[in-house]
Design a protein around this ligand. Structure first.
Ligand code: BGC
Length: 842
């Protein structure tokens, strides 16, 4: 970490810069970096995605990163200490990659279960989101790396995200959608990212919310960076609280801001304020010097990662992988466990059938800008096999034919035609077709080819060895002129103009163009894709393939036979890259085709069936009463299989509790729609999203917010609350629990508050605090839950401030929004002083 600068020091730096130099600092120099400014002794600041790992500045499969469980899984731990540790790991990774600012956490809410970036957000609840986000921010920043609270605000779905106008009332905005950002500012977040969308008619990169409440009420002192490409106009964005336009070098500010200031259309003081904020960040990030070493928990992680000092790199790697593995178990939610099927006793188990495509092809992270490249990966099959090595027979049956969706070629099925090593050859050619540059790559998905002057065409060339006979699907993706040849014969050619402004579709995930080709199993064939490079054609080029359709009946038959022959069946099912990714919302909550039927067939064949769900967001589970045990593993990161085995075999208790309510059927979800009409998406439900909507409607979901079983049971015996508290004062609640099971365990104790609703409706409980207790069988534990002074306050739209009405409120304590056995009433007495304005509270 660098230093905080005083106002006078910043003033002196500003004086060294002329208007051209100041304005230049306000747009990126490239995709991930700001400009250096030698006149102020300032080096460039480097930004990078994203929440589940640190990709660095290259989108390159050789530049690997540690992959954490996705943010929803972290939130499911309800464990801020663990999340803080995860933040420390992200910071160490960022420093290893020379990153100053990490573009995380994502603080938008799970408003609709169809939201495409559900996996990247924490929860449907603002308190859990804010608390988890604040813990991650503190962890990242304690490691000397700036965190970014994004996307400010109401970017809770992906459909038409660049233009959608979210209509949300003032109270809902304050109490629900802004609240996690307020917590982030309270935690000292260094950067806030403005979202692409509009709120109440104003685009967020020029919206008034950047000033009030973000800067003037909450006191945020850092820069507001735009989401990538979100600054799309000049004067309104420049005059607003937007401080930095990313990426660059092209942006409306780069083109016109200097002239606008000189013409008096934008005051110089407005520019100075933006630069001041950037300089403050740069000072904190140490951007005037080489990055210093940062000690975390007494050890220099940065030094150790570089292998200079402290513990060896191997020790650090082991510790990091240990944390990732712990985090998998901590976030895994045991939804159902009939007859205590779990944990399985590995000493007694003789055979296990591991079924499902995700057992080997596990999805460890969601798609889009959050994606990183793992250096290693433990699949569920590997984790289970390792845990049972030498003691039980483990058989695997996918149960479904291989997917017929194209997958980028990789080392498993291709060789580089030049060197012969597994992987592909990537070449850059000039206009005459002569080679300017060639490199060996590990994947057929090349997002950012090397930058070579004069390059006119990018080419991916691979010797592909199909593993079976039949009609394969070959697919290529990328914008502009594109061609594919198979064994020297051109089978696809065309020019595909960019059809979207969304950076994810343009640069990261362009759509596939497919052809079918009869291929012979085991016989190598040369595939060549070429794409013309040009302005506005994005950066990605992809060469992919999918096998011929397999025999679904035969695959399922093999899986059923394997399940029948084994003592226990573990079925792993889940989402695909296509079903959960940034840039689009989901169109169904159903699991991808064939998986529901597979689970039913396996559960029918073996009464001891455990289903493991590998999804980022909610899915419907029409068979949920047919399988005895149901574990929600989310997108668990690179240690997926190791953490899963820990839970299955009882080495760790499943620590997760749902951060979001799961509906039994799609139509039951109280808020579903993400598609704007006429460009407008009304948040007509007001503050009632998630469990609050279910409680208000008196409806029952499949699994409540907060639900999750451990390996022991608990009795909630009593609760002590203060008889009276001053309105607006913090207080404590004590609950006594007893471990009534046979194992030591941890219980997440949740406290909800119900008071008069401003609309006169029946009181609806909302989460106001939580804590965890651990105890041994038969022992009691006392949970002390601290409640913030703001917990009972509501945003007054008349007075435009937080107000706590004196009167009675009910406190409810238990293990989920739907299971609250303890309740007590507290009187809020008129406050000794008037409830302070919210700016004074955090
Ligand atoms: C995403 C951001 C991300 C940025 C940079 C945008 O499309 O919405 O979350 O940080 O790209 O990759």
């Amino acid at each position: 970490m660098g230093a905080e600068l005083t106002g006078a020091e910043i003033g002196r730096l500003l004086e060294k810069l002329d208007i051209r130099q100041k304005v230049r600092l306000l747009t990126g120099a490239d995709t991930w970096r700001t400009y250096a400014e030698p006149a102020a002794g300032l080096r460039a600041l480097t930004f990078s995605d994203g929440p589940a790992g640190v990709r660095g500045t290259a989108w390159d499969e050789r530049d690997t990163a540690l992959v954490l469980p996705s943010p929803t899984a972290l939130a499911a731990s309800w464990d801020e200490e663990l999340v803080h540790e995860a933040g420390g790991l992200l910071a160490a990774e960022a420093r290893r990659k020379g990153v100053d600012v990490l573009l995380a956490p994502t603080l938008n809410l799970h408003r609709s279960p169809l939201g495409g970036r559900h996996f990247e957000c924490f929860s449907e609840d603002p308190l859990l989101t804010g608390g988890t986000g604040a813990a991650l921010i503190r962890g990242i920043q304690a490691g000397g790396v700036a965190a970014t609270a994004k996307h400010f605000v109401a970017n809770d779905a992906e459909t038409d995200r660049l233009t959608v106008d979210v209509r949300v009332d003032e109270r809902t905005l304050r109490e629900v959608y802004l609240a996690p950002f307020e917590a982030a500012v309270g935690a000292g977040v260094r950067v806030v990212m403005s979202a692409y969308n509009r709120v109440n008619g104003r685009t967020m990169s020029a919206g008034p919310l950047l000033e009030r409440p973000l800067k003037d009420e909450w006191g945020f002192e850092g820069p507001v960076v735009s989401d990538w490409g979100a600054v799309r106009s000049l004067l309104d964005t420049a005059r607003s609280g937007q401080d930095l336009a990313m990426p660059g070098p092209a942006s409306p500010w780069a083109d016109g801001l200097c002239a606008a200031v000189e013409a008096g259309a934008v005051p110089v003081e407005v520019i100075d304020e933006k630069v001041r904020r950037l300089l403050r960040l740069a000072a904190w990030a140490g951007a005037w010097e080489d990055p210093p070493e940062v000690a975390i928990g007494g050890t220099s992680w940065a030094a150790a990662a570089k292998g200079t000092d402290g513990p060896s790199g191997t020790d650090v790697r082991q510790r990091e992988r240990g944390l990732l593995r712990r985090a998998v178990a901590a976030g895994t939610v045991l939804l159902r466990n009939e007859g205590s099927l779990l944990p399985l006793d590995p000493a007694r188990l003789r055979s296990v059938a591991v079924i499902g495509p995700h057992a080997t092809d596990v999805r460890i992270q969601g798609g889009g800008s959050a994606e990183v490249f793992p250096a290693s990966l433990v699949t569920p099959l590997e984790g289970i096999t390792a845990a049972l090595a030498g003691t039980a027979r483990v058989v695997h049956a996918p149960g479904l034919p291989s997917s017929t969706l194209p997958r980028p070629l990789d080392r498993a099925d291709t060789r580089d035609p030049r060197g012969g090593e597994p992987g592909v050859l990537v070449r850059l050619l000039d206009a005459a077709g002569a080679e300017l540059h060639a490199e060996h790559r590990l994947s057929g998905r090349i997002v950012e080819p090397a930058e070579v002057p004069g390059a006119h065409t990018v080419e991916i060339r691979a010797l592909f060895r199909p593993d079976r006979d039949g009609t394969w699907t070959l697919a290529v993706a990328g914008w502009g002129p594109l061609s594919l040849s198979v064994a020297g014969r051109t089978v696809l050619t065309g020019t595909f103009p960019v059809d979207s402004d969304d950076p994810t579709r343009v640069h990261v995930d362009p759509p596939y163009r497919r052809v079918r080709a009869p291929l012979t199993g085991g016989r190598e064939v040369e595939l060549v894709v070429r794409r013309g490079l040009g302005a506005g054609t994005g950066v990605a080029t992809v060469l992919a393939a999918a096998p011929p359709p397999g025999d679904a009946v035969a695959e399922r038959g093999r899986a059923v036979a394997a399940a029948r022959d084994a003592e226990v069946a573990v079925v792993v099912v889940g989402a695909t890259r296509e079903s959960e990714s940034e840039g689009r919302d989901r169109d169904t909550l159903a699991l991808p085709e064939g998986q529901d039927a597979l689970v039913r067939a396996v559960a029918g064949a073996n009464p001891r069936t455990v289903v493991v769900l590998n999804t980022g967001g909610p899915v419907t589970l029409p068979w949920r009463h047919e399988a005895r045990a149901l574990l929600l593993a989310w997108f668990p990161g690179q240690e997926a299989g190791a953490g899963l085995a820990d839970v299955l075999f009882g080495r760790a208790e499943p620590g997760g509790r749902l951060p979001t309510t799961w509906a039994a059927a799609e139509d039951d979800a109280p808020v579903l729609r993400t598609r704007p009409e006429g460009g407008v998406l009304p948040y007509a439900e007001g503050p009632f999203i998630g469990y609050r909507a279910w409680l208000r409607a008196g409806a029952v979901p499949a699994y409540w917010f907060g639900h999750g079983l451990g390996y022991t049971t608990w009795a909630y015996e009593s609760m002590e609350v203060p008889a009276e508290v001053g309105a607006g004062e913090p207080f404590e609640v004590r609950a006594v629990l007893r471990n009534t099971g046979a194992r030591r365990g941890r219980e997440v104790v949740q406290l909800y508050l119900a008071g008069p609703e401003p609309d006169g409706g029946p009181p609806v409980p909302r989460l106001v605090g939580h804590t965890a207790v651990t105890s041994y069988p038969g022992e009691r534990a006392v949970a002390v839950v601290r409640v913030d002074g703001r917990a009972a306050a509501r945003w007054s739209t008349r007075e435009h401030r937080w107000v706590t009405e004196p009167g009675e409120v009910t406190l409810l304590c238990g293990r989920s929004a739907g299971d609250l056995p303890l309740r007590a009433v507290t009187a809020l007495s008129p406050a000794a002083r008037e409830t302070p304005p919210e700016s004074a509270l955090h």
